[in-house]
Ligand binder design. Structure first.
Ligand SMILES: Nc1ncnc2c1ncn2[C@@H]1O[C@H](COP(=O)(O)OP(=O)(O)OP(=O)(O)O)[C@@H](O)[C@H]1O
Length: 582
């Protein structure tokens, strides 16, 4: 457990952990030894000169006070180490998550990590702050008491010593019995948490589709599973807890019987017998608490193991000597890429010169978005090479690579801050004038004028207080402010109404001007002025050329074009195509 804890926390925390453990052990030993002073107290009290008990009583009181101070210090140390490790583990987790490839962040993972970062880390860290002290006490104090009893009477000492492996065996068996049920309960807990989050997030869809009751049924099922798993885990723990109680009581009775036998035979004084019985009682309480503590420690261990797995997930390898890209052209050279068993690209090659516009079209699931993700190194390719500025993206430092791209996706995520905060994210050091200019070019100024709090309007979590088109404009203003040389656009306007679409197109015009652009679009009228269009299907490029060339070819692209509604028919405004202004 301690090894796992140190692996998760980092070995730099080994020293304060060791110090705290030592302090806890010293406290537990001192508490055990302090009971030895009961023997002279009782001997004096039951002897001919009871007044002799005073100095021993004083010593006993001093020992109790010293133990209380030690207990306070060790509890404080555990608490301090626990809270500082909590901060440390959050930093470690944060640093690690920041290095994991963006492709790793599926929605299931996000749910899992949020549960782990919330409850999981707290539960794992409670080991040091709240569980380790009582556990050390429950294990070490009885062992010290056994040594004290051995010093008082070897026969009774041996009898108690013989009980140690019995208690340890019962405790271990009880632990083993519950491992599977504890793990099952933790899994069901996580599933139910995921269902609760899904149920809350999906309310608009569920209500619109009249499916609220059906999805609530699934959530209800998950909660019932948690209930069942909790019952099973409690039932599995019951025999162990009862077994431990019976064992401890049987041992106590045996010690009592043996003590009475020795006392009656004249081999043990009444004071020693009383002391041994008091000591045996002091042993029993911590031993009985072992069952409950063991269960909590096992639960914390499960969380630690999950944290360990997460922290051991390999980030994408970083180049030892990062290379600077020379220019802003992009190239896919015989790229093969798989999502699990599914081959998305199989030897795909295409290149784009600096300042050109490549449009990627193809049926749903052909891999258009994946192409953009490979450029920004959300994933590494399985074979072949993706180059930016003539350099393999794996050879470029992460920050340098990300600085090359302004990315605008269909699903825009805004942070829970003001509009200005969200635009500034593109370039935090930008001047006021630069931020205003980016907003103007993105047609965000029109939106800001309408809002009562203007730039200081809070956008809500994920940008929930803005419409889809408004969020897009914030995202484009952010990208404009970033002023990156390569623009990646993914289905930017496919979900917008015609008015928003037209405004976003105008904004995108500014964004793509003079830059290398790779864009994905379903609506072909938005890409017909691209320098090159590739039609992707079956993991390969099946057609390639300009809009006119592909129409003349009369192939797949031409077929798609036939099905594309004419945007000018939908509204009287001029054709809102997306011409790169160069
Ligand atoms: N994280 C993932 N794990 C497993 N498979 C994935 C993942 N992301 C995408 N895929 C699969 O990879 C393939 C390509 O997906 P991609 O999103 O790139 O397609 P697309 O052409 O952009 O589709 P659409 O036009 O519908 O958005 C699809 O078959 C998809 O199911």
């Amino acid at each position: 457990m301690i090894t796992l804890l140190l692996r998760v926390l980092g070995h730099q925390h080994a020293r304060p952990m060791r110090r705290t453990l030592t302090l806890m052990t010293v406290t537990a030993v001192a508490e055990g030894l302090s009971y030895a002073l009961l023997a002279p107290v009782l001997r004096a009290l039951l002897g001919d000169t009871p007044g002799d008990a005073w100095p021993w009583l004083g010593a006993f009181g001093a020992a109790v006070a010293a133990c209380a101070v030690l207990r306070f210090l060790s509890d404080m140390s555990g608490f301090r180490v626990g809270t500082s490790l909590l901060r440390g583990v959050y930093h470690r987790l944060g640093d690690h998550l920041a290095r994991l490839p963006l492709g790793w962040y599926s929605s299931a993972r996000v749910g899992e990590v949020s549960v782990l970062a919330g409850q999981g880390v707290l539960r794992a860290m409670s080991v040091i702050a709240h569980l380790l002290g009582p556990f050390v006490s429950a294990a070490v104090t009885p062992l010290t008491v056994v040594v004290v009893i051995l010093g008082l009477n070897w026969q009774l000492g041996l009898a108690v010593l013989a009980g140690v492996p019995v208690v340890a065996a019962v405790q271990t068996l009880a632990g083993r019995r519950t491992v599977a049920e504890d793990a099952e309960r933790a899994t069901r807990d996580r599933e139910a948490t995921g269902r609760v989050i899904e149920y809350l997030w999906a309310q608009p869809v569920l209500r619109a589709g009249g499916r609220t009751a059906e999805r609530f049924g699934l959530l209800d099922d998950a909660l019932r599973q948690v209930q069942r798993a909790s019952r099973r885990s409690a039932l599995a723990a019951l025999p162990g807890a009862v077994g431990l109680t019976l064992t401890v009581q049987a041992l106590f009775t045996a010690v009592l019987g043996l003590g009475a036998y020795l006392a009656l035979g004249g081999h043990l004084g009444a004071a020693e017998l009383l002391t041994v019985l008091v000591l045996a009682t002091r042993c029993a309480d911590p031993l009985l608490s072992l069952a409950e503590l063991g269960g909590k420690l096992r639960a914390a261990r499960g969380e630690l193991a999950r944290l360990d797995v997460l922290l051991r997930t390999e980030p994408l390898p970083q180049a030892a000597d990062p290379v600077e890209p020379a220019g802003h052209g992009v190239e896919f050279d015989s790229v093969t890429f798989r999502h699990g068993e599914h081959t998305v690209f199989d030897g795909l090659s295409v290149s784009l010169a600096d300042g050109q516009w490549l449009a990627v079209v193809g049926p749903s699931g052909a891999g258009k978005s994946t192409l953009l993700q490979l450029l920004a190194r959300f994933y590494d390719v399985d074979a072949g090479t993706v180059r930016v500025g003539g350099v393999d993206v794996r050879e470029i430092g992460t920050e340098t690579l990300m600085a090359q791209f302004a990315i605008v996706f269909q699903d825009v995520y805004l942070f829970d801050g003001t509009i200005e905060d969200n635009v500034r994210l593109g370039r935090p050091g930008a001047t006021e004038a630069e931020v205003r200019a980016a907003a103007g070019a993105a047609r965000l100024d029109e939106v800001i004028e309408r809002l009562p709090e203007g730039w200081a309007t809070p956008v809500g979590e994920g940008g929930a207080r803005l419409s889809g088109g408004e969020r897009q404009r914030v995202s484009i203003a952010r990208a404009l402010l970033k002023d990156a040389p390569i623009v990646l656009l993914d289905e930017v306007t496919s979900a917008l109404d015609p008015v928003s679409e037209s405004a976003v197109h105008a904004a995108v015009e500014h964004l793509v001007a003079g830059r290398t652009v790779v864009s994905v679009a379903h609506r072909l009228h938005t890409v017909r002025r691209a320098d090159r269009i590739v039609f992707v299907d079956g993991g390969r490029i099946v057609e390639e050329g300009s809009h006119e060339e592909l129409l003349r070819l009369g192939g797949r692209y031409a077929g798609f074009w036939e099905l594309t509604p004419d945007p000018s028919a939908a509204r009287p405004a001029p054709d809102p195509v997306l011409p790169p202004v160069r």
